[in-house]
Design a protein around this ligand. Structure first.
Ligand code: PMP
Ligand code: GLN
Length: 384
């Protein structure tokens, strides 16, 4: 029989940098500050509720759009925190992590030949999803240390083929935030077009700005054409549970649901019920999250002040970007390999989040770690 050779639909893609660096960290017994996940456990109550719902026999398919109690708890949280009025039945869809929500939204919105604008550095799941939908990604490079959008350059990227803009705030990897004025600038740039907006807000509860997180739903006009994506993995220290959701107006939600119902159909039932209980019973968990992570961030920054790394500002997420130009001339990828193998600390190079050459000496360190882990990593980083 003839051996087939598969013509790849994603020829330039390999394994994600997060998987690669975590494997390398394990191989060299390095402290893993690369892939973004906590090295501590989530709330006991959440785990108990998961066991409870399993024991209660809640083990069959959940409703396709998400468990009613979870969608209602999400709507209530959004009302209390941000004063958003979101309809739990028609506007919230529970997905298998934010990754599925992003993929379903991109699949629902992007048609072959459509252009999609994103801001580099950008999270690694956007580009393949756009490519598989036949879209063409237009990347606007943000410049360190501020990584702010230059709205003049943005206007130059918009064409009559532009279909979607993808943004991320708080931003992985740079820790920067979009402000209300950015959303207004985006609105001014697209209001006379039929361009949609996909706003990745998975770190909404890890935001250190005095006024808290500002999301796309806060903009009265944009929210009518926007999808906001969030994830419980970051909020409850349970990245392995893979439960997320998206919020969109009815006419967009119904299209996203058409994709979702054949991508996963429905998400893990007992986990959804446990998350609903958690949101309702312990809202202080997410309300106190900025303080929880601020303490870790500041402890780590303080320790790094005794090193040759230069720390960039971090206003959100659990990532710190540091400049190593005083230490080495290596590329960021080579530096991360060296750091893992020789120093025993694994990090993520920023260039892998970019479609064009990114020649800055910047790496990302995840500080969602126990104090002892952060102290041990800092001690190694101080020596170089
Ligand atoms: N978007 C961003 C910016 C992320 O950092 C991540 C994961 N850390 C995701 C989406 C995916 O989230 P999930 O694990 O819920 O799929
Ligand atoms: N979002 C996580 C990060 O930025 C990784 C998620 C993954 O491994 N796919 O590190």
């Amino acid at each position: 029989m003839a051996k087939l050779s598969l013509d790849s639909k994603l020829p330039s893609l390999g394994t994600t940098i997060f998987t690669q660096m975590s494997a390398l960290a394990q191989k060299h017994q390095a402290i893993n500050l690369s892939q973004g996940f906590p090295d501590f456990d989530g709330p006991k109550y959440l785990q108990e509720q998961l066991a409870y719902h399993v024991a209660q026999g809640e083990n069959q398919y959940a409703p396709m759009t998400g468990a009613q109690s979870l969608r209602e708890a999400i709507a209530k949280k959004n009302k209390e925190l941000y004063d958003y009025d979101i309809d739990a039945d028609s506007q919230i869809t529970v997905t298998a992590g934010a990754t599925e929500a992003l993929y379903a939204a991109i699949t629902a919105l992007v048609r072959p030949g459509d252009e999609v604008i994103c801001f580099d550095p950008s999270y690694d799941s956007y580009a393949p999803a756009v490519e598989l939908s036949g879209g063409v990604l237009k990347r606007l490079a943000l410049q360190p240390p501020e990584f702010r959008v230059d709205w003049h350059s943005f206007a130059n990227l918009v064409s009559d083929k532009t279909r979607l803009v993808i943004l991320n705030t708080p931003h992985n990897p740079t820790g920067t935030l979009w402000h209300a004025s950015d959303f207004e600038s985006l609105w001014q740039a697209i209001k006379d077009t039929s361009i949609y907006v996909l706003s990745d807000e998975v770190y909404e509860h890890i935001c250190y700005a005095p006024g808290g997180h500002v999301g796309v739903q806060s903009h009265e006009q944009l929210k009518e054409r926007a999808v906001a994506v969030s994830s419980f993995g970051k909020t409850f220290h349970m990245t392995g549970w893979k439960v997320g959701y998206c919020i969109a107006p009815d006419y967009i939600s119904s299209e996203i649901r058409k994709v979702h119902q054949f991508l996963t159909f429905a998400v893990n039932t007992p986990a959804q019920l446990a998350l609903a209980d958690m949101l309702n019973a312990q809202p202080e968990h997410y309300r106190e999250l900025p303080e929880f992570y601020r303490a870790k961030r500041d402890r780590f920054i303080d320790a790094l002040s005794n090193s040759r790394f230069k720390v960039l500002p971090c206003q959100g997420t659990y990532y710190l970007v540091v400049d190593y130009s005083a230490i080495s001339d290596m590329s960021d990828v080579d530096f991360c390999l060296w750091l893992t193998e020789e120093v025993g600390v694994a990090a993520i190079p920023l260039s892998v989040f970019c479609g064009q050459p990114f020649d800055h000496k910047l790496i990302r360190l995840c500080f969602a770690k126990k104090e002892s882990t952060l102290d041990a990593a800092a001690a190694r980083l101080q020596k170089i």
